[in-house]
Ligand binder design. Structure first.
Ligand SMILES: [Zn+2]
Length: 551
């Protein structure tokens, strides 16, 4: 570990000690701590106007971003690079009686080893001098410390920088990304007012193993994205005494769940890198009480990761799965009904069920065609009531779909596909334009040099696999794509929205150069001194210098 590594480690421990659990006043304290630290640098003593707080609009906790601007003097005064770090952490309740030590790396090690029984590998690492423990030290106080040390280093060499550095320390990453979404506005303002063109965003969030025994270290150029596709399954209720008279929405839901859940044909593959398949997060029928009626409405939704599919494509894939599932339920019901008729010696007729799958947008348009603007008034009234009750975004979305469907003249069985918040766009850095090419060249060059210098197996991959604020550095340019998202997300502009135009204007490729560690969000959260305080800062520095090199 050289002096830069030592400096980063010291600062990482110091930042960890400033507890900043998401959704608490600690997020304000840590922002003030970071601001005070940077304010001591000669550069910001000379340019105090370039070290700023940016309040999060309307935030009840008064949280704020820390923005620090370093203006290069070599050439290219319009080029800029965004350095991104989140300053919040997840909670500490999991530490139980060790909560006071959760953010004290020096004390936590011994106390945790004595109090909790870990598996052999984890216990050995906790005992080893190479690992530093503490809530947030890995996710991502070490990354923030690394960026702050880079600011210190590069702010002393502005004559070598062909462009500007913008550091944004943001709260609420582990929550609703309020910090990052506010930062988007600040970055957009710099783009407009200063005329700065953002070449790339560099994040330093955590990096870990991808499978047991994995000894690679990863630098990710780009980011995974995420959608929450939902299915509203509407059946035809019946009394259990006349089972074949109805179409059980629970059965429909089960089939959609079976067809969607962990289906690898829905994995998004780009350049050989594969997302996780969709994972179900929720299944519930809307029956409030026990009765011998079958359920007639069920809601399910999935976590859907993306590398290349846009919301309109995901919607189409989900619609196709819904139609397939619906057809297979009808087929099975007909087969069983035929057998049942044979067994009970009654005449058989095919069941009346027909496949019907609509998107929310289609449902809404159909209802609007039937009843005009009245439906909008109904939706807004419902929305106002739900908002007053602070209903969860997913429940809000479901309630709107359920309500709109009530007014539809077609009450036959159907599946309605829609989206609920949140939406995290993926960022796929293909190397198609000059900015992407430059980022790929610079990062690949830095990783190659680090590989020669250090004894680690460092590789670049295309998609940072953990959902993060990075997603809000770029969004689809196509209006059609965004329209499918917005029109199929009942919560959009009611309880949820993204600053689409601002994200489009700042649109930049991204890289995550993270410290190495293990068990983010767990008791045994720890960062490795090896790699995190030698190779990682080396790659980070080379990348920043490379992006701000030349003309
Ligand atoms: Zn993180």
């Amino acid at each position: 570990m050289n002096s830069i590594g030592e400096k980063i480690l010291r600062l990482a421990v110091e930042l960890t000690q400033v507890r900043s659990v998401v959704g608490t006043a600690g997020e304000v304290t840590v922002a003030e701590h970071i601001h005070a630290h940077l304010a001591k640098l000669p550069y910001f003593r000379n340019h105090p106007e370039d070290l700023r707080f940016q309040p999060i609009p309307g935030d009840p906790l008064g949280r704020k971003n820390v923005l620090a601007l370093i203006r290069g003097r070599k050439s290219n005064p319009k080029r800029a690079v965004l350095c991104l770090g989140h300053i919040d952490t997840v909670g500490i309740q999991d530490f139980a009686e060790l909560q006071p030590e959760a953010t004290q790396p020096d004390q936590l090690k011994q106390k945790l080893a004595a109090a909790v029984k870990f598996c052999d590998e984890t216990a050995a690492e906790i005992a080893s001098d190479n690992w530093v423990l503490g809530r947030g030290i890995f996710d991502m106080k070490t990354g923030v410390a690394a960026l702050m040390v880079m600011l210190e280093l590069l702010s002393g060499q502005t004559e070598d920088l062909a462009g500007n550095l913008v550091f944004a320390g943001v709260p609420d990453e582990e929550g609703q990304s309020a910090g990052m979404l506010a930062a988007v506005a600040a970055v957009e303002a710099l783009a407009v007012e200063e005329g700065w063109d953002f070449a790339a965003a560099v994040d330093t969030d955590y990096m870990t193993t991808r499978y047991p025994g994995d000894d690679h270290k990863y630098v990710y150029i780009g980011s995974v994205g995420k959608l929450l596709p939902c299915f509203y399954l509407y059946g035809e209720e019946t009394h259990v005494g006349e089972a074949f008279n109805g179409l059980d929405a629970n059965l429909l839901a089960s089939e959609v769940l079976y067809q969607m859940d962990l289906s690898t044909d829905l994995c998004d593959v780009a350049e050989g890198e594969v997302t996780q398949p969709p994972v179900s997060l929720h299944q519930r029928d809307l029956k409030a009480e026990y009765s011998v009626q079958t359920a007639n409405a069920v809601s399910i939704y999935f976590n859907y990761a993306t590398h290349s599919s846009q919301p309109d494509e995901v919607l189409a894939k989900c619609k196709a799965k819904a139609a397939e599932s619906f057809a297979s339920v009808i087929k099975r019901l007909n087969e069983e009904y035929e057998k049942y008729c044979r067994l009970s010696h009654i005449p058989h007729q095919p069941l009346p069920w027909q496949v019907q799958v609509l998107t929310y947008e289609e449902l809404y348009n159909n209802v609007k065609a039937e009843m005009g603007d009245e439906i909008d008034g109904i939706i807004e009234e419902l929305a106002a009531g739900l908002k007053a009750q602070k209903v969860d975004d997913r429940e809000f979305s479901l309630a709107v779909v359920h309500e709109v469907h009530k007014y539809y003249s077609d009450q036959n069985s159907k599946i309605i596909v829609y989206f609920a918040p949140p939406y995290y766009p993926h960022i796929y850095v293909k190397g198609e334009d000059a900015k992407e090419k430059r980022l790929l060249d610079v990062v690949n060059g830095a990783v190659e040099e680090a590989g020669e210098r250090y004894d680690y197996k460092i590789v670049t991959r295309k998609f940072y696999p953990y959902i993060s604020d990075l997603s809000y550095c770029r969004i689809a340019r196509e209006d059609e794509t965004i329209a499918r998202l917005v029109n199929n997300m009942p919560a959009w502009s009611r309880t949820y929205a993204l600053p689409v135009e601002a994200i489009r204007r700042i649109g930049m490729p991204v890289v995550n150069i993270g410290p190495f560690g293990k068990d983010a969000h767990k008791l045994s959260e720890r960062v490795s001194k090896d790699y995190s305080f030698d190779a990682m800062p080396f790659i980070l520095e080379k990348t920043l210098r490379g992006l701000l090199a030349g003309e």
